[in-house]
Design a protein around this ligand. Structure first.
Ligand SMILES: C[S@@+](CC[C@H](N)C(=O)[O-])C[C@H]1O[C@@H](n2cnc3c(N)ncnc32)[C@H](O)[C@@H]1O
Length: 458
């Protein structure tokens, strides 16, 4: 492999940041092949058969020795794991080691959804994640990944950070994985190298300030703000801590580190004390370049509770009455209480415990998905949705059928199904017990309900 050519001004910047010796080590690391890593979905048990080793700061993350074809792995299509860069998984360590209170979380720049799915796993049924993406086409990918992850605790929105203003003081945790100059991705992404310039760093930093100026206000008293980038320069990292502490009241938070991880703690002096950033350099850790910091809003900062919305009046979403809701939970064997809404005749479910928060959010944001879409109910029959198939909710009353690898791929390609011994009616296709989607066996033919836009084309 020929040596990666780095922009000259970037090299000078890294030289002053690291010093001569480390800079040489950095340059060597940039020329090494990045490692492939995945994070398992603990709600969708799956046996990891590829040679692997654990990612030290994550219980669910693993490095793989080789990069398999994920597209052709039905377990990947079923949401049993997410392909994620190892440094990003440090968020798991932050949440666990600080025992961040669960509740209503916001991931303001969420697509394609790596960090939202991590937050979703941490929260389980003790909270909701609003996964927001400003770019419409990217919000669609985010929605697909939220559906695949399947925990039913993600709300996908497609809004500009400005639109969140009415939700000031509303969130227990706000995560901003900011759009950045991507210096940490140089060895993976030639485009990031080509687009880099000192001017672009300034543009990124100015955009980040605009985003963080909104984001800081959304954290409730006692809540947390996490800011991260995949870049090295100080303007987009340490200087953002100075900006944030100048704009809002925040308290510093320090993360316990195991020295063998080689993550660099970077102290930042501010008039309110010393804050901490954490840096991941490719010559020091097995992961891509990354920066992360966490700040705490003082308990005295103002908070906003959802309040009681007497009659939920939404232009397209309709709340379903309580008696019917209890009926659905019992009929379908769902644990815990659900709150149900209809949208274009399709029925959605979210955790009852957070429905007031959800309704408040729904009134202010442009939603692309939420909870679990179950499908349509016609008289006594359900027309189950693909979203329900991929969710971790039970599918009582439906037959399921375990397929081989070839049959699974055939199904995922949306080919016609010719399978002997398939039960009649709606059948949940599973691979290694992981639901893949529905077919309907009509006797003389079998309809494949895998969504057209999701089908694999390889
Ligand atoms: C680093 S990526 C997020 C990656 C994501 N957190 C993950 O882990 O999968 C940054 C995201 O910010 C979005 N973005 C771009 N401009 C933005 C803006 N002005 N405000 C908010 N988000 C923006 C991008 O579309 C992109 O999806």
């Amino acid at each position: 492999m020929s040596e990666i050519k780095l922009p000259t001004e970037f090299e000078s910047q890294m030289f002053s940041l690291l010093g001569k010796e480390e800079f040489e080590a950095f340059k060597t690391a940039v020329n090494q092949t990045p490692r492939t890593s995945i994070r398992l979905n603990s709600a969708k048990p799956f046996t990891l058969n590829w040679p692997n080793s654990p990612i030290p700061w994550s219980r669910q993350g693993f490095f793989l020795e080789d990069r398999p074809s994920f597209t052709l792995d039905p377990a990947f299509q079923a949401g049993a794991y997410y392909v994620q860069e190892a440094s990003s998984m440090f968020i798991e360590h932050i949440l666990d080691s600080l025992q961040i209170p669960k509740g209503i979380y916001l991931d303001l720049a969420a697509a394609p959804g790596g960090k939202s799915t991590l937050l979703s796993t941490y929260l389980g049924n003790e909270g909701l994640v609003v996964a927001n993406e400003v770019i419409q086409s990217r919000a669609q990918i985010l929605k697909e990944n939220a559906i695949k992850w399947g925990l039913g605790n993600i709300i996908v929105s497609n809004n500009d950070p400005d639109h969140f203003e009415p939700l000031a003081g509303f969130f227990d945790l706000v995560l901003v994985d900011a759009p950045c100059s991507g210096e940490g991705m140089f060895r993976k992404d030639p485009q990031a190298r080509e687009e880099w310039s000192p001017d672009n760093v300034q543009l990124c930093s100015a955009r980040q300030k605009r985003i963080m100026d909104k984001a800081g206000a959304l954290v409730k008293g006692g809540g947390y703000l996490i800011y991260s980038t995949c870049t090295f320069n100080k303007q987009e990292n340490e200087e953002m801590i100075q900006f944030l502490t100048g704009e809002f009241a925040f308290e510093p938070v320090q993360i316990p580190l195991d020295p063998i991880w080689n993550i660099v703690e970077s102290p930042v002096e501010t008039p309110d004390g010393t804050f901490f950033g954490y840096r991941f350099f490719p010559h020091k850790v097995e992961g891509e370049g990354f920066f992360i910091t966490i700040l705490k809003r003082p308990d005295s900062a103002s908070s906003q509770e959802p309040g009681k919305i007497k009659d939920f009046k939404h232009p397209v979403l309709k709340s379903i009455n309580e008696r019917e809701e209890i009926g659905f939970d019992t009929e379908l064997g769902f644990e815990g209480k659900g709150k149900y809404y209809s949208l274009n005749d399709s029925i959605f479910r979210i955790n009852q415990a957070f429905f007031r928060h959800f309704e408040r959010i729904a009134l202010h944001l442009s939603l692309r998905y939420f909870g679990v879409e179950l499908g349509k109910k016609q008289k006594n029959d359900w027309i189950p949705s693909h979203e329900w198939a991929l969710s971790t909710l039970p599918k009582n009353g439906f037959d399921s059928f375990e397929v081989t690898l070839d049959q699974a791929l055939d199904f995922l390609r949306k080919n016609d199904q010719e399978i002997a011994d398939l039960p009649s009616g709606w059948v949940l296709m599973t691979y290694q017990n992981l639901p893949l989607g529905w077919v309907k066996n009509l006797g003389n033919r079998v309809n494949n309900y895998f969504p057209k836009e999701w089908r694999i084309r390889m």
